[in-house]
Design a protein. Structure first.
Length: 159
């Protein structure tokens, strides 16, 4: 669990984290909602090998980091924590970039399937407790160039 003092210090010191960037990048996501905005640097897992490995065997994850799983089409997403050593929050996203479900503080090494629901196009994994700490909720909107700008709830700016 992320301690409140660490989170406050992180938000205060990390201007890039607290405020969404003005441009989109493949190695970052912005997320917004009634609670405010946040920016995460991400590794993108967009092929079967990367998706299978995910964040397995990692002993830590920077507070402003995450992994974005990108799929070719919406599907029923089921994840587990096999060989994952740190607790994670999983944000399940539909094709518009809206958060449809949040699995909070997924337990390390647990092989129990975590059901993300139907019509999941992407999943953002961040440190366990971060979603609640920031106030991220179902309905929050995520921005990344992998979303189709014609239907994205929060499209990337056009150049």
């Amino acid at each position: 669990m992320i301690k409140r003092g660490v989170l406050i210090a992180f938000l205060t010191l990390g201007a890039g984290f607290a405020q969404a960037s003005e441009t989109c990048s493949t190695n970052a996501v912005d997320i917004r909602g009634d609670w405010g905005q946040a920016h995460f640097n991400v590794e993108v897992a967009d092929d079967a090998e990367e998706q299978q490995k995910g964040l397995m065997f990692r002993e830590k994850l920077s507070a402003s980091a995450g992994m974005l799983f990108v799929y070719e089409r919406p599907h029923n997403a089921r994840f587990w924590m096999k060989n994952t050593l740190i607790p994670l929050d999983m944000l399940f996203l539909d094709e518009t970039g809206r958060v449809t479900r949040i699995a909070e503080n997924a337990k390390p090494l647990d092989e129990t399937p975590i059901d993300g629901g139907d019509n999941v196009l992407m999943i953002l994994e961040i440190n366990g407790g971060m979603a609640r700490g920031l106030g991220i909720t179902v309905g929050s909107e995520l921005r990344h160039p992998a979303f189709d700008s014609a239907i994205a709830a929060w499209p990337c700016p056009t150049e």
